[in-house]
Write a protein that binds this ligand. Sequence first.
Ligand code: TXA
Ligand code: MG
Length: 336
Amino acid sequence: METEILKNTQIQEAADFLAKGLLVAFPTETVYGLGADATRPDVVKDVYAAKGRPSDNPLIVHVSGPEMVWEYADNSYKPLAEKLMNAFWPGPLTIIMPIQPGKLSKAVTGGLTTAAFRMPNNQTTLNLIKTFGKPIVGPSANTSGKPSPTLAKHVYHDLHGKIAAILDDGPTKLGVESTVIDLSVDIPTILRPGMIDSDDLLKVIDDVNSDHHKVTKTEVPKAPGMKYKHYAPNAQVIIVDDKNDFKQAIAEYVAKDVSMGVMATDEILKEVPEGIEKFSLGDDVYTASRNLFAGLRQLDNDHMQFILAQGFPDEGHGAAYSNRLNKSAGNTHYKN
Ligand code: TXA
Ligand code: MG
């Protein structure tokens, strides 16, 4: 299959592909998603196949507005959900709620009695869902286990030949996936950190728990996706937590005569010697979050053995960045 790159104005073409039961990658404010008709189990199965994704990992249902959610979700958490939707939608918050029995297929929910709903803050995709008239499922549009795509060319690299089209809307603004909050428990719980953090959520709701501890292989994770190896380049990523350690870390790897790339803010990069591959994370944790996945992809070329990547404090908006970087590094940190 030829994969077509569509302009962000070619919404009707994209909707026509979806209506034919084909897969279309779509832009969001976080990362690109791999879209398919959420109401057709046969095409939802193709999403898993294209990504190589384990089938027990449920998908997010993307909607063009709250009214679309209530066709599928039951009303038990409606007051709470509406508070969150009013405050954060469209935006990078995915809300998990119980669904009306039989309303969404097992292919979407992974057999759970809940589903994840999200209204992305991207006008192209909101128009696409409106034009299509039904919700679309959308995991990140990468090969399972690889960094999520923040550019159309990342999607093309991983999935060309396997999907009908990519709706290209330029680079994504945030770069890390949405915050996932589960309402179907006693205290609303963050299952995946994102750019909306617990302080943001506490302005709107009374209580929130965080549950993004490392899930072991035998444990049944609350968000099934959290147990899989993720965002992993072929090169070994090493996190440098203290920016004053970069000089020494680089010297050690140069002495080992291995190939190495450095991913850091400009302040640090300007001290990095010539001849070492570099990728700029910009100025701060916000630009670093936006650039992280693109950096992992760019530095992870055929000959790269190690990537030294800058760490940021695991708090507030840094929690999302740290979560993704730690997964890509298998929690490997530089120790001097
Ligand atoms: O920003 C995003 O959320 C992107 C864009 C494309 O919207 N999408 C995305 O989807 O990151 P995905 O499939 O890569 O991540 C969805 C996460 C997974 O960890 C999955 O296990 C969890 O949400 N999830 C989905 N439905 C769930 C449910 N009913 N209960 C618990 N976890 C669920
Ligand atoms: Mg993903």
